[in-house]
Design a protein around this ligand. Structure first.
Ligand SMILES: *Cc1c(COP(=O)(O)O)cnc(C)c1O
Length: 393
């Protein structure tokens, strides 16, 4: 007998909504933040290089530049590459809008590339075909936490003398052939929004092996000014020069203290996310309507998102509402960026341009996955998915 769905008057699996993602903040995190609040420097202090060094070590990169958000990090990366009007940057259609917006901030044109059907990661062959004499870079997005095919992308970008940028906002802690994400592209972007791998409230970082890029971005995050207040204090001078137009994209010491403390738990969090994914995989293995996205060989997946894909076009809105009704905070990642009105209106994008992403969008749902989920939470998600599928079958 099938159970009645909560949205049809039945009893929900959970009384309170389980979110799809959530931060984990410990008492130790809080006391690290309090220490900074008692100190002399709330911003532009010593916690910033300390956090940058900790991330460099974690991802095996030479330089890291902390900024106020993942979006600011993407913008700074486009600035470092000197993207300007007339330039094109290839971005995947299946991502958050910020991946494309950063190109537009610099006056460039995002060129939307379709994704691989099984992983929903940027398709290197399709990206190569989009390269023109105006192309300056490819931004690869490690969708859901799975590293892209960096070997293929690196071959294409170096053969065409263009840059490779990794939007690793989903994949801090992931690995590609045992190399950590953050050291795989010319510029690598992280976000510390509360649903991401680690959090600073809002925050972001760029890692790179290029000192030139790092210096440009340090200036860019501070109004285009060449010295910091700390240097001026040390040198006992008021003098500074603004040499280019920059922004206030600084991350505070308060936030960096939280980030340093959070980063210590990243490896165990990744392991736990992988464990949850394994449980979902096992539970859904024999359900013919849904399948997880393919996980490639030789990678370690960060599982920022756990996505199930339906085999046919399901009534996505009904399934979404039904799962929400059961108390499961599902989500859909993402509406393909080229389908948004802004891009349709200003860049003449639209339906049919990236058919794989457009079709996948109608078939995907993201299930909750985050470190503070308990065993009971995981089994509630599984029970709710099975309950809803039983009814629509
Ligand atoms: C979260 C995210 C961003 C933006 O990061 P913010 O810190 O929210 O500005 C960019 N790209 C992707 C793929 C993201 O998931």
């Amino acid at each position: 007998m099938t159970e009645q769905l909560a949205i049809q008057g039945g009893k929900p699996i959970r009384e309170t909504l389980l979110p799809y993602g959530r931060q984990s903040v410990s008492l130790n995190d809080i006391s690290e933040v309090i220490e900074v609040l008692k100190s002399d420097w709330l911003t532009t202090g010593v916690k910033i290089p300390e956090f940058e060094q900790a991330v460099c070590k974690e991802v095996q990169a030479d330089h890291a530049v902390a900024v106020s958000s993942g979006t600011a990090a993407l913008h700074a990366a486009m600035y470092a590459l000197q993207i300007k009007p007339g330039d094109e940057v290839i971005v995947p259609a299946m991502t958050f809008a910020a991946t494309a917006n950063c190109v537009v901030y610099q006056g460039g044109k995002p060129i939307f590339c379709d994704v691989d059907k099984e992983t929903l990661l940027i398709d290197p062959d399709k990206a190569e075909k989009l390269i023109t004499e105006n192309t300056q870079a490819i931004i690869a997005v490690d969708y859901a936490g799975q590293p892209c095919d960096y070997q293929a992308l690196e071959t294409i970008t170096s053969a065409n003398y263009i840059s490779l940028v990794s939007d690793a906002c989903h994949s801090l802690g992931a690995k590609y052939y045992s190399r950590p994400v953050g050291s795989l592209a010319d510029l690598n972007i992280f976000s510390f929004h509360p649903v991401k791998g680690i959090t600073t409230g809002e925050g972001g970082m760029i890692t790179t092996d290029s000192e030139l890029f790092a210096n440009r971005m340090r200036m860019f995050r501070n109004h285009g000014i060449t010295s910091t207040p700390q240097q001026r204090t040390k040198q006992g001078t008021w003098f500074y020069e603004m040499v280019d137009l920059g922004y206030n994209y600084r991350l505070t010491d308060i936030q960096c203290a939280l980030g340093i403390s959070q980063l210590k738990r990243l490896p165990e969090w990744i392991e736990y996310r992988q464990e949850i994914a394994k449980k979902y995989d096992a539970a859904f293995k024999n359900i013919r309507e849904i399948a997880p996205l393919k996980v490639k060989e030789n990678i370690s997946h960060a599982f920022h998102l756990y996505i199930v894909k339906f085999d046919t076009d399901p009534d996505q809105k009904f399934i979404f509402d039904a799962l929400r009704g059961e108390g499961i905070g599902v989500n859909v990642h993402y509406i393909p960026v080229h389908m948004h009105p802004y891009y349709r209106n200003n860049f003449k994008t639209g339906e049919g341009q990236c058919p794989v992403a457009e079709s996948a969008y109608k078939k995907i749902i993201s299930l909750p996955v985050y470190p503070s989920m308990g065993e009971r939470d995981v089994s509630d998600v599984i029970a709710a998915v099975i309950k809803v599928l039983d009814v629509i079958r």
